[in-house]
Design a binder for this molecule. Structure first.
Ligand code: PLP
Length: 604
């Protein structure tokens, strides 16, 4: 801060041709003078300066079932990483946004069409309002930003009570214009200008809020996806526009293996919305032609990673950066284990909550009948919900395949229905299927997919039961991963960054049947007896050929491996495989993931 001020006093002015005005070559805009001098006055008594190993920034977090500030997997992962950080005693804090409308509630009509409604919630009932407010400049207006807080508290015996605060930024304050109050209204809603304003609030506002809260000493600012990359620009300003100083304290996780999925803004828009945040060398940091949030985050991070080994590979090629590492995601074992499995683990795997690696060591000690009983309980619970929601009565003795995820093309939700004749031949009277998955309300393609899948279920009614459960969310995910026998996942290769729902399935003894992509490449190769793969690792064919080959292999696996094993007397072979699936949990848990983050990314 001091450095920035003295830098400003000696700054030379230069013409900024992109913006069309003069600016100091240190880019400390006069606008900031006021705020800077204010920020030099102590906000909290000396000695109360707060330290953090990591400030974890994320656009979404599925903090609890009652806080719908998330859309999907990214938010679920952020929450698990924060839960494990609490358990491991990491001095972490999370910075996110208090979305008035995050997650959308899906309803499915009998004809297969869907409706999506906003889930209203009241932050004052779930979170604590903090007195601090800060401001950011957006379109040259001052926008006030407030914050709400909750904490994850560790239940781990070694760190019992260790708390990780989650801060939710909010522009819905009476001091702001209605337009600015709406910035934190819709997660991923609105146009590019709105998205950019939201990202200014998260990145720039988040750093300022941390300072206002007294966090003067933050080891690493972690960007969970490129949405948060504006935090680097605020840090640049704080540190006298010294790129190396900023790079030294930032780390970045990229989650998107598809180029089109990365946030990119035109510079004209960027100058208009956030002109005074952009340093003179922004094009060097974020791209010549357009402002790429991914490139900005990567340029100003000392450590960048993907979220599985294959995704690391894809990211290195796609982003042209050979230094990109990978840390494979994990799930928080205590959060995602079913109540019945919890009882089993408590009995047979002492200490599993504190140390999930013990699950791998001792899961074979669980007696077969106890494991089958716990699994049946989970299945009955799921089938009960299926009946409540769809009126369909499924058979608890029948092989139950679940396939639930956000409906997007690359996950190939209809792969199972590629050849209905073959599907009938293999599965009639032997298999039942449960689907769930939301489409974005604006995504006509995805809504049609869901519609078609419901049509398939009607067409196949005489031969097998297929249910489509509405409103896929973490609560429903918990029921599905514990109640199904098989967890089916069919992404097109190299498109699934990691995928964590399959890990939740493992934890509960549900067995994965998946194309080799994301985490499953590692899971399957760690123990090929823990589940099944669909098709080979690599298939150098066009989309349509690949799809047909994968579909054929899916039917073959079901016909010759999955169904016979399930129907084998006494479920003996199935139980052996269930235990091997559970055995993967020693690795694919969020504690291991956070330990890797601590040693590779947050080790400053
Ligand atoms: C775990 C989870 C996800 C992420 O899982 P994928 O394998 O990426 O589908 C998404 N949504 C919900 C509700 C989840 O619980």
């Amino acid at each position: 801060m001091y450095r920035a001020l003295s830098a400003f006093s000696t700054a030379k002015w230069r013409w900024n041709s992109a913006a069309g005005y003069w600016q100091p070559s240190f880019n400390s805009f006069p606008l900031y003078c006021d705020e800077m001098s204010k920020s030099l006055t102590p906000r909290h008594p000396r000695g109360l300066a707060r330290r953090l190993t990591v400030a974890y920034f994320t656009m979404e977090i599925a903090a609890t079932d009652r806080i719908p500030t998330f859309a999907g997997g990214l938010g679920v992962l952020a929450a698990d990483i924060m839960r494990s950080s609490a358990d491991l005693g990491v001095d972490a804090a999370c910075v996110s946004v208090c979305w008035q409308f995050g997650y959308l509630k899906q309803a499915i009509r009998p004809d297969g069409t869907q409706s999506y409604e906003q889930v209203a919630w009241d932050p004052s009932k779930e979170l604590t309002k903090l007195p601090q407010t800060i401001s950011v400049q957006i379109e040259r207006r001052t926008v006030k930003v407030g914050a709400w807080m909750m904490e994850y508290t560790s239940g781990n015996s070694a760190t019992k009570g260790h708390a990780v605060p989650l801060y939710f930024l909010d522009t819905n304050l009476p001091e702001n214009t209605p337009e600015d109050r709406a910035i934190t209204q819709h997660l991923y809603g609105g146009d590019a200008a709105m998205r950019m304003k939201q990202e200014v609030v998260l990145g720039c506002g988040g750093v300022r809020m941390l300072r206002a809260l007294g966090y003067d000493d933050v080891g690493t600012f972690h960007m969970n996806e490129g949405h948060c990359a504006f935090l680097t620009l605020e840090l640049l300003r704080e540190r006298g526009f010294n790129d190396a100083l900023v790079r030294g304290s930032c780390a970045f996780t990229t989650h998107t293996p598809i180029k089109a999925g990365h946030d990119v803004f035109g510079y004209e828009l960027a100058w208009r919305i956030a002109g005074n945040l952009l340093p003179w060398h922004i094009k060097k940091l974020a791209g010549e032609d357009a402002l790429s949030m991914t490139q900005l985050a990567m340029t100003l991070s000392r450590y960048t990673c993907g979220v599985s080994a294959v995704h690391g590979e894809v990211a290195r090629k796609m982003l042209g950066n050979s230094a990109i590492d990978s840390i494979t995601n994990g799930v928080h074992h205590v959060e995602w284990v079913s109540p019945d499995m919890t009882k089993l683990f408590n009995t047979y795997i002492a200490g599993w909550q504190d140390d999930p690696s013990l699950i791998t060591k001792h899961c074979r000690d669980i007696p077969d009948d106890a494991l089958w009983h716990a699994h049946e309980q989970g299945k009955l619970r799921l089938l009960h919900v299926v009946r409540e929601q769809t009126g369909l009565t499924l058979n608890p003795d029948r092989l139950t395949i679940a396939s639930a995820r956000r409906v997007v093309a690359y996950k190939r939700p209809e792969l199972l229905y590629t050849d209905l004749v073959r599907l009938k031949e293999v599965c009639c009277g032997r298999v039942q299927i449960i689907h769930a998955g939301n489409a974005h309300p604006g995504d006509v393609f995805a809504q049609e997919v869901i519609h078609r899948m419901i049509d398939h279920s009607k067409e196949l009614r005489d031969c097998m039961d297929i249910a489509y459960l509405p409103n896929y969310n973490p609560e429903l995910a918990k029921l599905l991963v514990a109640g199904a026998d098989v967890w089916l996942n069919t992404p097109a290769r190299l498109h699934e960054a990691s995928g964590t729902s399959g890990m939740k399935a493992c934890l509960n003894g549900t067995i994965n049947l998946s194309t080799l992509d994301g985490w499953w490449v590692e899971g399957y190769h760690r123990d090929p007896e823990s589940g099944w793969r669909i098709g080979p690792l690599a298939l150098p064919l066009g989309d349509e050929d690949t799809r047909r080959i994968d579909a054929e292999d899916l039917y073959t696996q079901l016909q010759y491996a999955v169904i016979p094993e399930y129907e084998y007397p006494g479920h003996i072979r199935w139980l052996r495989r269930m235990k091997r699936s559970i055995g993967l949990m020693g690795h694919f848990n969020a504690n291991r993931c956070v330990q890797e983050y601590v040693s590779k990314a947050w080790n400053r």
